[in-house]
Design a protein around this ligand. Structure first.
Ligand code: SF4
Ligand code: SF4
Length: 478
């Protein structure tokens, strides 16, 4: 095995964990329990009690899965995509059928996935999905069906790269992860002639046959930077004939101020869809948190009065347009105009926004983490009585403890504030590095507008998290 790069920890070189992760069936071993849990959860959602705190679908999906997902992203990396249960049926189907088509060129961007991301946030609020076990189970079934249909028809990792909204969320958040799949030694890649990490490893006796696929997300390891589009599937690790790929430590957020062309992605600052992903990810975090606090009802009532309607749909549509479109255009456009004026640049506002959009991500990750972490820690034990009831229904002598909850909100709040402070510091650090890269002679002048924007968003997040938050879907919420 090649030595890991100096000063970088390589998890794949660790004795037990590394051995497991390099095991060819590690992904399947992680997917199977999650797939079985998803089957139980969907079954309970469809046929179990239709009261959110008594149903595994609403509890596990909206309280636990989301919280554990963002925590795993922050302490390790894109572990959910690695263990994604939605891909298991497609793996099985691909043993029987080979997809015929290539994903259409026109759809090779994040726009479709972004539309689905916004649609998912909207439907969640509109249909109050956190309170609907049946609807939650149907949503999960739709997800399984979509992954199977897209990857059953189209080659490669089309669903993960171009369609899956959860995947895009994970890609954006994993920019702040401390681990990345990378070459251990670039000089080995320089002398490599087969490039199996992307092309796939072939059977030496039968060269037309690929025995281990390469990266389905089109990431060529020597030119890969950061975690964008990486599902941690480890296919490249198994394909590389030189054992030259590791799961290496790195500074979280480091790739946010790097703008060299990346394999399978290009230059991030020139990808409007990636900039939109970063903006929607961050403003979506604020919107999602806003939907949980009591002032949202006053705003909705005011809007409904203004429109003279009793329907929630147009009110929510306006709220979404205001927070996800108008607010970013005004705030980002304002910061870009200020930057242009302060630095004497003649660049278009949209180009400046594209270069500085990554600045938002550390704060965005912190807001999602603080919000979902709150629900996770205050409702951690809530599925316990539901499992106990299931066991009791099977005739086992178990008494459900319906009072089970988690930590008091007052104990979680300081951790939320700490996360937001870290997020602000991270965003300010990225803003400085991007300003330094783009305007080496006027760094401070280019930095101030974006630091101010981050401070404004941080203040908004602080206000949101200081409001009493609904304990949706649990008995703790009353
Ligand atoms: S197959 Fe291995 S050695 Fe060759 S380019 Fe890919 S990572 Fe580098
Ligand atoms: S094959 Fe591609 S997506 Fe999978 S771990 Fe390697 S680089 Fe990431």
């Amino acid at each position: 095995m090649n030595a890991p790069a100096p000063q970088r920890t390589d998890l794949l070189a660790w004795p037990v964990l590394g051995r497991f992760l390099r095991w060819r069936h590690a992904r399947l071993a992680l997917q199977l329990p999650l797939f079985l849990l998803a089957v139980v959860t969907i079954g309970h959602g469809l046929a179990g009690p239709q009261l959110a705190p008594k149903n595994l679908a609403t509890l596990l999906v909206w309280v636990h899965y989301r919280g554990l997902l963002v925590m795993a992203l922050l302490v390790a990396g894109n572990v959910f995509c690695m263990a994604c249960p939605f891909l298991l049926p497609r793996e099985l189907s691909r043993r029987l059928l080979t997809p015929r088509w290539r994903w259409p060129h026109r759809l090779r961007s994040k726009w479709l996935a972004l539309a689905l991301f916004v649609a998912a946030l909207f439907v969640y609020e509109w249909l109050d999905l956190w309170g609907h076990p049946f609807g939650t189970a149907v949503l999960a079934l739709v997800y399984f069906g979509a992954a199977l249909a897209v990857d059953g028809l189209f080659q490669g990792g089309s669903f993960c790269k171009y369609v899956c909204p959860i995947g895009q969320f994970n890609f954006a958040a994993s920019t702040m992860s401390p681990l990345e799949v990378q070459a251990r030694d670039l000089s080995v890649c320089a002398s490599c002639t087969t490039h199996d990490c992307i092309k796939g490893a072939r059977d030496p006796q039968e060269p037309a046959r690929i025995v281990q696929r390469g990266c389905e997300l089109s990431l060529f390891i020597p030119q890969k930077t950061g975690n964008l589009d990486c599902t941690f599937c480890m296919d490249c690790v198994h394909a590389c004939p030189h054992d030259n790929i590791g799961l290496l430590s790195r500074l979280p957020g480091e790739a946010l101020w790097q703008d060299q062309p990346r394999s399978g992605i290009g230059r991030v600052s020139r990808r409007r869809d990636l900039s939109a992903l970063m903006v929607l990810f961050t403003f979506g975090a604020l919107l999602n948190a806003f939907g949980m606090v009591s002032p949202v009802y006053a705003v909705q009532a005011w809007l409904a009065g203004l429109l003279g309607t009793t329907h929630e749909l147009p009110v929510l549509a306006i709220l979404f347009a205001a927070v996800l479109v108008v607010e970013p255009v005004v705030l980002m456009g304002g910061a870009a105009a200020w930057t242009r004026r302060a630095t004497g640049s003649a660049d278009r506002l949209v180009d400046i926004c594209g270069r500085f959009a990554p600045v938002l991500l550390p704060l965005g990750v912190a807001v999602w983490m603080a919000h979902y972490g709150f629900h996770l820690f205050t409702g951690f034990l809530t599925p316990l009585p539901v499992f106990q009831t299931l066991l009791a229904d099977l005739g086992l002598p178990v008494q459900p403890h319906w009072g089970a909850g988690g930590l008091p909100a007052s104990q979680v709040y300081p951790a939320e504030l700490f996360l937001l402070a870290l997020g602000l510091l991270g965003s300010i650090g990225v803003a400085w590095r991007v300003a330094e890269r783009e305007h080496p002679a006027r760094t401070a002048a280019a930095f101030v507008p974006w630091a101010t924007l981050c401070a404004l968003l941080w203040a908004a997040a602080m206000w949101l998290l200081s409001q009493p938050m609904e304990m949706r879907g649990t008995f703790l919420g009353g």
